[in-house]
Design a protein. Structure first.
Length: 141
């Protein structure tokens, strides 16, 4: 499934086009991703912010900044005000150069396979590791 990628939130109020391939795809078990997903993890893909074009009314995207992160750097969670869907995360450490987008929002994004699994210390004991990918107890180094 090569770029360009398209996607949208639940209500379709926020849509986007991504013109590049992800720099990495991760399955994340951190507490933030678990709570944000309402499940055991989120599968997320990192893209260059220069390659993400967003279409949305000015007042539909809201953000929440998390400061209690594993890296110690804040990160901004962006979400749709209409449907409440989490859209992407902008980590402060990336200095605005990256968007971390949930693969479930990308059309066909569930076909994007993680190449890392992070915060596996929080993965439920009953859940098997992703096959053949590096496992990180916390964030990737």
């Amino acid at each position: 499934m090569p770029a360009p990628y398209t996607g949208q939130c639940l209500c379709g109020g926020v849509s986007f086009v991504i013109s590049s391939e992800p720099t990495t795809i991760m399955s994340c078990h951190c507490n933030h991703c678990q709570k944000g997903a309402g499940g055991v993890s989120q599968t997320i893909a990192k893209f260059s912010s220069a390659d993400v074009k967003i279409t949305a009314p000015d007042d539909i995207i809201s953000q929440y900044t998390l400061t209690d992160t594993g890296s110690g750097n804040p990160k901004q969670k962006h979400f749709c005000r209409v449907c409440g869907c989490t859209l992407w995360t902008i980590p402060a450490a990336a200095e605005g150069t990256a968007y971390i987008i949930r693969t479930s929002l990308i059309d066909g994004g569930l076909n994007l396979v993680p190449n890392h699994e992070i915060y596996v210390k929080n993965r439920p004991k009953w859940m098997m590791p992703s096959d053949g990918v590096p496992q990180w107890e916390e964030s990737r180094k």
